[in-house]
Design a binder for this molecule. Sequence first.
Ligand code: ADP
Length: 184
Amino acid sequence: MTQAMTNKNQTGFTLWFTGLSGAGKSTISNILEKKFRELGLKIEILDGDIVRTHLSKGLGFSKEDRDTNIRRIGYVASLLSRNGVIAVTAAISPYLGVRQEVREMHENFVEVYAKCPLEVLEKRDVKGLYKKARAGEIAQFTGVSDPYEEPANAEVVVETNKETPEESASKIINWLTEHGYIEA
Ligand code: ADP
């Protein structure tokens, strides 16, 4: 990794979550935000659901619009991280190609795959979206009626059907510490 240091204490990097809806991207991001703040680190979360209400307002769920959404998030994350901030992104980001593109925009990029079998997610159905997708009320729903391309080279994989959210967050913190991105 390169040291994008803007002050003595903090290395900027982007922590890029990818995974199906309900896999735990937002939950783990929120735990990490708290932990990073406790360590006195600057952090910003770019949550897919929230980004779509302003930065990407008006975009839909075609491959083209999804890729545009991800490029925008990637661009903002790259600006933040190169200025010494931890940028955490929590968007499904289903396509490998554009994830690779945003990786290449960065010096320090850590991809985290929030992995969870579809059957478990459908049972969890945190936001009731799988039920609606199965009933045909939502079109192009990732994992049901739209593709999800699994990462081949994610730096960290959290298996959220086997771990608690705290355990998943600790796994990420440990990886970041071992690789010199943060000091525990
Ligand atoms: P996403 O942001 O990926 O759509 P959410 O974070 O909104 O997903 O929802 C994930 C759900 O899964 C939450 O209800 C959370 O409590 C549950 N969950 C169970 N185990 C885990 C884990 N290890 N990590 C994250 N979430 C988990």
